[in-house]
Design a protein around this ligand. Structure first.
Ligand code: G3I
Length: 512
């Protein structure tokens, strides 16, 4: 029997065991009872997105308005985002007050009744800012406090800052309010210095203070689009994603610890910066490695009928995106941006999981693909408690690269010693992604170090699932907290992206 190690299934096991223990303790059953101890480990195939996701320990949610709250919402989705009804344009009053919350209250109440979590969307945003538009940090702070306290823990995640970064892969912030609040005091090109003024830092600081002082558990998120991949179409670096990474890295770590989560909106279409790249999972992983939760917050995928820029069909693309999230333990949820194509903000691109309207909906092929993928659960290597080590879709070069990627691999070194390592390479013109598989020998290992020498001119630009000692020459990669333990004969994987060519690398593995 295959034993799946997903946390959701482990929880089923615990609940089943507890239920039997209670029954036994109460004398209600004889000790010869067999179920539910049989066949535990194979969870039943779930028939709704909500149930399948819960079994894999993540949420599957939807954005909606009160007019869309038909029975399908509570049945298929475990999480709800207000598509428009919590935006400042709707609920911000003068001086940072909160008003006109009728629709938002309806959504929150519906979620409570149907045991769904809610994402608050959104507090500080250049668009749909209503009476907040052009406000001072002080007014923003008042609003942040009011809106957090309005719903308290009924909101599990709040988008504190939305869409701070510029379009067209510039890696810069949007050049308009609230960026007008920013001041680069020492002129070094960033807003991260203590003497700088940074509306992102200051908004999150205020939100963090309110959460702490009020004993809330609400998670504080930053949210944006076109930050999903490490690269964009053609293989160039995704500078917008890198800029978001720098912000999250700065403000999720000591001394700040303000940011809990990052939302990758995931409006995938044929814009060169909005395509699905094969390094999506690697990018989710690098954010997760900062210790924050990652969610795909506004997922929709162009159905690809009008062009073929993003791949082999919508259902396959949905499958790919869901798998990338499932393969990263800290990817804790996926929200689709609407129920049905015709009711979507992108109706012409038919990017959602259902057709139909007004509560009468039909499932599309994309729905079945998502349900099937969720039912496969997270794919983690037995013995590893952290993110997946044995991914079914390891990061590779951008699928849409203009030059065709090449794949090569080397064999693991000495398989009988403490550990061995082999590298698989996906290369394109000017860059590569290396996936390194670490395999334990006849004994389990509790830590590992892999050394390899990069070819001249090659540079490591990012790594995931490992610590890295250098960016060029001989580089030592060591395990991170969750993947040092590898059982006898089992494997774990880490990866890195580089510029230049990666051919000819021969990794050697040493067990700690
Ligand atoms: O409700 C009025 C209606 O009474 C009026 O007749 C009609 C006329 O245009 O407008 C309706 O309001 C529209 C509203 O959606 C509700 O449908 C607004 O004009 C329209 O601007 C608004 O668009 C929303 C958009 O954000 C605004 O920026 C979309 O529904 C919403 O899906 C979209 O969501 C954003 C996320 O917040 C952030 N990420 C991107 C995402 C997609 O753009």
């Amino acid at each position: 029997m295959h034993v799946n190690s997903s946390p959701g299934r482990a929880r089923n096991l615990r609940i089943s065991g507890l239920a039997v223990a209670i029954l036994v303790a109460s004398g209600a059953v004889a000790l010869t009872v067999s179920p539910p101890f049989t066949a535990i480990g194979e969870a039943a195939t779930a028939e709704t997105l909500r149930a399948a996701a819960a079994q894999a320990d993540l949420f599957f949610g939807v954005a909606a308005s009160p007019a869309r709250l038909s029975s399908i919402v509570g049945r298929e989705f475990g999480q709800l985002t207000a598509e428009n009804d919590m935006k400042p344009a709707t609920i911000a009053g003068p001086g940072g007050t909160v008003q006109n919350t009728g629709n938002a209250d309806t959504l929150v109440n519906y979620a409570q009744t149907n045991n769904m979590t809610v994402r608050g969307h959104t507090m500080v945003w250049y668009s749909q800012a209503g009476s907040l538009s052009g406000a001072s940090q002080s007014t923003l702070n008042t609003y942040i406090q009011n809106v957090l306290l309005k719903w308290g823990n009924k909101i599990s995640h709040w988008d504190v800052v939305n869409e701070a970064l510029d379009d067209n892969n510039t890696g810069q912030r949007r050049n308009q309010w609230p960026h007008t609040l920013d001041r680069d005091a020492n002129g070094d090109g960033d807003y991260f210095d203590p003497s700088d003024t940074d509306y992102i830092r200051d908004s999150f600081r205020q939100a963090r203070q309110v959460v702490e002082q009020s004993g809330l558990t609400t998670k504080l998120c930053i949210n944006d689009y076109d930050i999903e991949g490490l690269t964009v179409k053609g293989g160039a670096r995704n500078k917008k994603s890198d800029a978001m990474y720098d912000i999250v890295k700065m403000y999720s770590q000591e001394p700040y610890k303000y940011i809990d989560c990052v939302g990758l909106q995931s409006h995938f279409n044929d814009n060169p910066n909005s395509i699905i790249t094969d390094d999506l999972q690697a990018n989710i992983q690098r954010f997760a490695d900062l210790g924050v939760e990652v969610q795909l917050t506004e997922l929709d995928i162009d159905d690809d009928l009008s062009n073929n820029d993003i791949g082999q069909g919508q259902a396959d693309n949905y499958r790919k995106v869901v798998r990338a999230c499932l393969n990263v333990a800290k990817c804790t949820g996926i929200t689709v941006w609407g129920i049905s194509d015709s009711e979507s903000w992108r109706a012409s691109e038919r990017g959602l999981l259902f057709t139909g309207s007004n509560g009468s909906y039909q499932k599309k092929a994309a729905y079945s693909a998502v349900l099937d993928e969720l039912n496969k659960g997270r794919q983690t290597t037995p013995g590893s408690s952290g993110p997946p080590s044995n991914s079914s879709s390891p990061p590779s070069s951008p699928s849409t690269s203009s030059s065709s990627p090449s794949t090569s691999s080397s064999s693991p070194s000495d398989p009988t010693a403490g550990c061995s390592a082999g590298v698989t390479l996906n290369s394109w013109n000017g860059g590569f992604v290396a996936t390194v598989r670490v395999t334990a020998g006849a004994e389990p290992i509790d830590g590992w170090s892999v050394s390899l020498t990069l070819p001249a001119g090659a540079t490591v630009t990012s790594a995931w699932n490992a610590n890295q000692s250098a960016t060029s020459g001989t580089v030592h990669f060591t395990n991170v907290s969750y993947n040092g333990r590898v059982d006898a004969g089992q494997s774990t994987e880490f990866g890195f992206q580089g510029t230049g060519t990666g051919t000819g690398m021969t990794p050697t593995c040493t067990a700690a």
